[in-house]
Design a binder for this molecule. Structure first.
Ligand SMILES: [Fe+2]
Ligand SMILES: [Fe+2]
Length: 317
């Protein structure tokens, strides 16, 4: 774990710490020579950095996105803090912990995973059970499932976000079953667990939350469809109608064509999955907007491009 985070840095301090080099530009000085304007980032924020003549050479060897070990001093310049870098060098990813550099859920990841596992154990249908086992026995995939975000910016955009979102969808599925008793819970739980599984490859989340190339080109619905279809194939005699229904639920969970859904829900469980998925993402957006604005005495949030509205923030009435 890091011992110095950006948000804790104060003028006058000495820095000896790892950051992500998030920006870099080399500039010419008026009197010849050059200097580098940099930006360093960790999970708590970003800070500007400046490197003069003798350090520029080391900066030249670095690329943005690199993990770097920075030695320097914190100065105040134009009412902003900056690190005056006295030495900088690249460090390998193995020397770092992802959660130092990316926001992470406040919840206990292994506990959330256990909750998901409990839902999984309720599934009775032997084919769906086997399919879920196939996924859960894949250690590498599960490690990614535990870490992946559910979005780059919009909702659950932090490590563990996919896990928290998936757990919420499953809890909502359970509630739906209480109200609409004829729902097939086996199908709803299985599709609930797998509906966003494509997100584990849609994003990169080692040092920066971003879309992967695969994610940009295919998106999580198609990636998830492929993953599930492949694993269904490995199960002998998996019933064809069940295969189509499960795959349909992945393809239709965004609900509308304009929301990137190649299909619209054509049966009950698919419809319910779409609404609980949509509900959880929108509730999370509103909750995080409120959290972000807490203590600011603002009545309205800024315009939210995804919700296409401002959010009313007052809690007293
Ligand atoms: Fe989705
Ligand atoms: Fe989702």
């Amino acid at each position: 774990m890091k011992s110095q985070y950006v948000e804790e840095l104060r003028a006058g301090q000495t820095v000896k710490e790892i950051f992500v080099l998030s920006k870099k530009s080399i500039k010419d000085k008026k009197d010849g020579g050059s200097y580098a304007v940099l930006e360093f980032t960790d999970r708590s924020g970003s800070i500007e950095g400046i490197a003069w003549d003798n350090v520029v050479e080391s900066v030249n060897m670095l690329s943005t996105g690199d993990f770097v070990f920075v030695v320097g001093n914190v100065n105040e310049y134009n009412e902003r803090l900056q690190i005056v870098v006295s030495s900088i060098k690249r460090v390998s990813e193995n020397e770092t912990e992802p959660k130092d550099f990316l926001p992470q859920t406040d919840e206990d990841i292994s506990q959330v995973f256990e909750e998901i596992n409990n839902f999984r154990s309720k599934v009775q249908n032997k084919y769906l059970k086997q399919l879920l086992e196939n996924f859960f026995d894949d250690k590498e995939l599960i490690e990614k499932f535990k870490r992946a975000p559910a979005a780059k910016r919009i909702h659950h955009a932090y490590l563990g976000g996919l896990l928290v979102h998936t757990r919420n969808v499953l809890k909502l599925a359970d509630e739906m079953k209480r109200v609409y008793e004829t729902l097939d819970l086996d199908l709803l739980i299985t599709a609930g667990i797998l509906h966003d599984i494509g997100k584990i490859y849609e994003y990169t989340y080692a040092r920066k939350l971003d879309f992967s190339t695969q994610g940009r080109l295919l998106g999580h619905i198609v990636i998830g469809y492929e993953l599930v279809a492949e694993r269904i194939k490995q199960i002998a005699d998996f019933p064809r109608p069940l295969r189509f229904m499960l795959l349909h639920m992945i393809l239709s969970h965004h609900g509308e064509y304009e929301w990137g859904s190649p299909r619209r829900p054509n049966f009950l469980e698919a419809l319910v999955l779409h609404f609980i998925d949509n509900l959880d993402s929108k509730v999370e957006i509103m909750m995080s907007e409120k959290k972000k604005n807490k203590g600011m005495e603002k009545e309205w949030s800024d315009y939210h491009p995804y919700l296409e509205r401002e959010i009313y923030l007052r809690e007293d009435y």
